[in-house]
Design a protein around this ligand. Structure first.
Ligand code: DC
Length: 227
């Protein structure tokens, strides 16, 4: 029997990573945060002094093996590795996120990431979250979810996270960043962010965290009952 695979796609700030983590834990399966892998490529470019907008140099870095990205699991927790080094914390900055969004437009980068993600998901039950999981990485996933929330709600969540770190960036600026990232992720020619035809759309704007987790688990049960 094919192992269980769950694809969760959606825009930045919809709570994909934390909600995916909780769903995977409830189901006792591994969670692969694919955005972390693109962030590691973005970080690699930044560390080498390569402008993420320079497609040729970034692609060369990937093809020549200068940006080897991998993941391993420690007690179920994902550790993201760049050339064997644990970069799980360093990739969480706003700059690494922006660099990831830029380098994820390139064919050489996407090919390398998609192949590795498919290898990881082959032969074991897994939940993957990202932008192209239901459309490209796992077109035959058991369950596909498109998790979204309004730009205002996503910007507000981001603002609360920043305030906790003492960052006072104004709301309007954060909202503009969210909208800019949406435009970049949805309008790129290669594997843009879009809802797969057979994905279930969940708008978490007015949902609590627990309700969003439960809504996904419920969908899995619906699938199961239908089989
Ligand atoms: O989910 P995130 O913010 O960590 O992702 C960072 C960027 O990586 C995002 O702006 C677009 C890109 N990405 C992608 O192109 N495909 C994925 N499957 C995951 C992320």
């Amino acid at each position: 029997m094919k192992p269980l695979t769950i694809a969760i796609d959606g825009p930045v700030g919809a709570g994909k990573s934390t909600i995916s983590d909780a769903v995977a834990k409830r189901l006792g399966i591994l969670h692969l945060d694919t955005g972390a892998m693109y962030r590691a490529v973005g970080l690699c470019a930044m560390e080498r002094g390569i402008d993420p907008r320079d497609e040729e140099k970034v692609s060369e870095l990937c093809v020549a093996g200068g940006a080897r990205v991998d993941v391993r699991y420690d007690g179920g927790r994902q550790i993201t590795l760049l050339n064997g080094r644990d970069v799980s914390r360093e990739i969480r900055t706003q700059e690494a996120g922006q660099a990831a969004s830029t380098v994820s437009r390139y064919a050489a980068v996407r090919r390398m990431m998609v192949r590795r993600q498919q290898e990881l998901a082959a032969g074991q039950a897994m939940l993957l979250d990202g932008r192209d999981i239901g459309t490209v990485v796992l077109p035959d996933a058991t369950l596909k979810i498109f998790l979204t929330a309004s730009p205002e709600v996503r910007a507000k969540r981001r603002m609360l996270q920043l305030r906790e770190k003492g960052d006072e960036t104004p709301f309007e600026e954060i909202l503009e960043e969210v909208n800019a990232r949406d435009r970049q992720d949805m309008n790129r020619p290669l594997d843009p962010l879009r809802q797969a035809e057979d994905a279930v759309r969940i708008d978490a704007s007015d949902m609590s965290f627990d309700a969003a987790v439960q809504a996904i688990i419920d969908q899995l049960e619906v699938r199961h009952d239908a089989e």
